[in-house]
Design a protein around this ligand. Structure first.
Ligand code: ZN
Length: 232
């Protein structure tokens, strides 16, 4: 074998290794639909909420690294599901599983969802509504990360709905949730709306909440949503 053909053989082998590596890498890297998202639609409500939280956390972590101009660092938060007979002392006060409650606490960077609220969400709108409950609270975490933690209501609530919609667009396109799950989430957002215009905790009317979700689903940009709902 001449020196030149020797070199050529090495080169061809090298290309073969790189090409093979590319295909193996893309198979492994993709990890199937939804990047390893595992959700049993018939699983417990706690399991659904927890799986959804992991996926939401991953979505916003990826979003932040894709938008360094919007996020200085990873916007991660903690998640606590409070079972019916459980009690948790959060950074924002006591949470009982029998409470009808879900919130993001700024002081301990944690989302709390009670079993009582999550079970009702599931009865009203299926697993999409459970996931949406977590996605909305994660939206409050995102608002906090971008310096909008103390927006007045209902702008703060509609912004969280908008960000919940942003997550759902990705989850549906990944196959993590179905269009029907997303519909359940939209209806649940509307169901939680209210007409207490002058109350401090007014969350927006049912129509406004559904619209915020849909708009987030369609546009899904943290800054676009912020500019829309900051001055409400
Ligand atoms: Zn909220």
């Amino acid at each position: 074998m001449t020196k030149a053909s020797n070199w050529l053989t090495t080169f061809v082998m090298l290309v073969a290794v790189v090409v093979a590596g590319y295909f193996v890498g893309s198979l492994i890297g993709n990890g199937g639909l939804g990047g390893g998202f595992v959700l049993d639609p018939n699983g417990s409500t706690e399991a659904v909420a927890t799986a959804a939280f992991e996926d939401i956390q991953e979505y916003w972590g990826d979003y932040a690294s894709d938008h360094p101009e919007q996020f200085a660092y990873d916007p991660s938060a903690e998640f606590v599901y409070v079972g019916t007979d459980e009690y948790v002392d959060s950074g924002c006060g006591a949470v009982y599983g029998t409470d009808y409650n879900a919130y993001y606490c700024n002081y301990d960077d944690t989302i709390y969802v009670t079993a009582t609220l999550a079970e009702d969400a599931r009865n009203q709108g299926g697993i999409g509504a459970v996931a949406y409950t977590v996605a909305h609270e994660y939206g409050h975490n995102i608002a906090s990360e971008v310096g909008a933690a103390w927006m007045d209501n209902p702008g703060a609530e509609l912004y969280a709905d908008y960000l919940g919609g942003a997550y759902f667009a990705d989850a549906v396109s990944d196959g993590d949730f179905t269009v029907s799950d997303s519909q359940g989430a939209t209806e649940w957002a509307g169901y939680l709306g209210d007409y207490e215009y002058y109350a401090a905790d007014h969350h927006g009317t049912p129509q406004e909440r559904e619209e915020a979700f849909v708009y987030g689903y369609q546009t899904g940009d943290v800054v676009v949503g912020l500019n829309l709902y900051w001055v409400f």
